[in-house]
Design a protein. Structure first.
Length: 621
């Protein structure tokens, strides 16, 4: 009966009765009742939801850079996708054409696009190399008007024998945070549905996407066979022109976390070909020159081509793609290099080839590991800084069973784990059997990380201010990440919701009943007229608070709490989350050099989610 209803809805459109957006909405509701894990459902239902979203945007959007399909075409495409579910036919890319595909995002539950080009001679019976191409910044970008490579660029990829993946990246996210999640998710989806050669996945990007290519390659060593960034910025402080002596310590750490120049050592055992225009005024050529020079100083070779006399828009010509993508044909990923250098600021980025960082000694400082395996596979030397525990993958690493492992000059016996990991614990770790649990991958902050997993916005209904703040935050998220997040009232938060989602809570305890339930188990206290951080109290009608912490009612999940005035009033829509630490008390009516709210107290919880004076900074109110 349900399949029949879907097919009838499609027939109405096909017979010329003029299907409407309401018909598509009704068909989607019916299709949702027979959700399954099948490829036909996953690929088509998401695509139909994307059509529904396009219709919602169509009447509310202004300027478009490119052509936008008519409402009738969008409706018909959505109904075709639902008919394909009923027929059991997955939605697949068409060889020789850049095809829009879609998936349902885990974090905010929205339908998101990605684009895949298959060579005209694509054959499922062999494995193909894959280029992941990251687009540049365009203020007007939406799912109705995405930034896509030209037909000539797609055809070049096909001629060279590549599949070409173009993630949407959730608009203009710098491919960080939710944008990075989008890139990694779409790579996995293409690997799931198409025969990808896992040792020949390449990352490429232009302008904003050039920075994205740098960051993804340097934060995930061992994922890409080569990286080919074009005219991307590599050092946020110099590019933005921020005064280094005015940047608070917690923000310096967050900048370095997202800064290719600070991660350049991770390029060892990788392959990079960098391009930039000599006369680039938008992103000065020094951004590429400096990182290439820094890599070469460390003995890390990088190929570099500077386009003489050219400006920022070298990527408007096919020549730069041909240089990059022809060059990378020679590179195949070696998953077992004998040398690994890895610097990480967070356990969210814990892997480099056959190394995994399991715990840091101190939060707010980077962990560094250098690994050198001898050619005879009998000795592995490891040097660490600020690392409490790490593991080596014996299935992949270039060491023989029984090899001697020298850690910081001492021979150590590993703890042999069931998954063939050799684990080394260098300093005592916080216990797992208490609340809060120690920081780990997926639960280590800062605030931005809350939105990388499944989350629910929760309005505080105890005041109109808290309700309005939640609704405004949700609108801003939509403008930022092109998707309306899940939202509910505090009274509607069930045990199922608590167990399934990170909760983004708006309002102090007297405004939000969920905050009231957990307030006595939070390290930051709500006091009359303000907030208490450790021994310090901060009071004032103009003070706001935002922080993240494990949820006392569901310790595997986060809570993020926004109380008082909403943070980020003057920040651009794409930078309201990326420089927030674990906790921040701020002024609503004063602003810093970078248009962020004037900070009063901020910092990071330690590895055990405790307040620590070493990672808490405050200044005079």
């Amino acid at each position: 009966m349900r399949q029949t209803a879907i097919i009838l809805a499609v027939l109405v459109a096909a017979l010329g009765y003029g299907a409407t957006a309401a018909d598509l909405d009704q068909a989607l509701q019916k299709a949702a009742a027979w959700r399954s894990d099948s490829a036909a459902f996953a690929t088509n239902y998401a695509a139909a939801r994307l059509c529904q979203r396009k219709l919602q945007l169509l009447d509310n959007s202004g300027y478009f850079f490119g052509p936008v399909p008519a409402r009738e075409e969008i409706i018909e495409e959505g109904l075709r996708r639902l008919a394909s579910i009923a027929a059991g036919e997955p939605h697949r890319a068409v060889p020789g054409r850049l095809t829009e595909l879609a998936y349902e995002s885990e974090n905010d539950g929205t339908a998101q696009p990605y684009y895949l080009y298959l060579p005209p001679d694509f054959d499922d019976r062999r494995r193909w190399p894959l280029i992941v191409f990251l687009h540049g910044y365009v203020p007007s970008i939406t799912i109705l008007d995405p930034w896509l490579p030209s037909d000539e660029v797609c055809e070049l990829a096909g001629q060279l024998g590549y599949m070409l993946l173009v993630p949407y990246g959730r608009r203009n996210t710098d491919f960080q945070g939710v944008g990075e999640v989008d890139v990694l998710t779409t790579i996995k989806l293409v690997q799931r549905d198409y025969p990808v050669d896992e040792r020949r996945i390449y990352i490429s990007g232009v302008s904003m996407g050039g920075m994205g290519a740098w960051n993804l390659a340097l934060r995930h060593p061992g994922l890409f066979a080569a990286a080919t960034p074009m005219c991307g910025h590599t050092d946020m402080l110099t590019w933005w022109g921020w005064p280094a002596d005015e940047v608070p310590p917690f923000k310096k750490w967050l900048i370095e976390w997202d800064n290719p120049l600070d991660l350049v050592m991770n390029g060892r055992s990788g392959a990079f070909f960098v391009q930039h225009g000599e006369r680039d005024r938008l992103i000065p050529v020094e951004q590429s020159r400096n990182i290439v020079a820094a890599a070469r100083e460390l003995g890390i070779p990088m190929d570099y081509y500077e386009h003489p006399g050219q400006d920022h828009y070298i990527y408007w010509r096919t020549e730069c793609y041909e240089r990059a993508w022809t060059w990378q044909l020679q590179h195949v990923l070696d998953p077992s290099p004998r040398e690994i250098d890895f610097k990480t600021y967070t356990l969210e980025y814990d892997r480099a080839f056959w190394l995994r960082v399991d715990a840091l000694e101190k939060w707010g400082q980077p962990g560094v590991v250098q690994v050198r395996a001898d050619a005879d596979r009998r000795t592995v030397k490891v040097e660490t800084q600020n690392v409490a525990a790490f593991s080596l993958d014996a299935r992949v690493g270039p060491m023989a069973d029984g090899a001697e492992i020298l850690v910081n000059g001492r021979a150590l016996e590993p703890e042999k784990m069931p998954d063939s990991l050799w684990r080394f614990v260098l300093s005592p770790l916080p216990p797992n059997d208490r609340f809060p649990p120690p920081k780990r991958k997926g639960l280590c902050g800062p605030v931005e990380e809350v939105f990388d997993g499944p989350f629910m916005v929760v309005r505080g209904t105890g005041s109109e201010e808290a309700r309005k703040a939640a609704d405004k935050w949700a609108r801003e998220w939509d403008a930022f990440a092109d998707g309306k997040p899940r939202i509910c009232d505090d009274a509607d938060v069930t045990t199922e919701i608590t167990d399934s989602y990170n909760l983004v809570l708006f309002g102090a305890p007297h405004e939000n009943s969920v905050v009231a339930r957990i307030a006595d188990r939070l390290p930051i206290k709500f006091i009359e007229g303000g907030y208490q951080v450790g021994e310090r109290e901060f009071r004032g009608d103009d003070l706001g608070l935002v922080f993240c912490y494990p949820n006392p009612e569901a310790p595997r999940r986060y809570v993020a709490i926004y109380a008082g005035p909403l943070y980020g009033a003057r920040l651009p829509i794409n930078h309201k989350h990326d420089l927030l630490p674990d906790f921040l008390v701020f002024r609503a009516d004063k602003f810093d050099y970078d248009n962020a709210n004037d900070w009063i107290c901020g910092g990071f919880f330690d590895v055990a989610w405790r307040l620590n004076p070493e990672t808490t900074w405050s200044r005079q109110q």
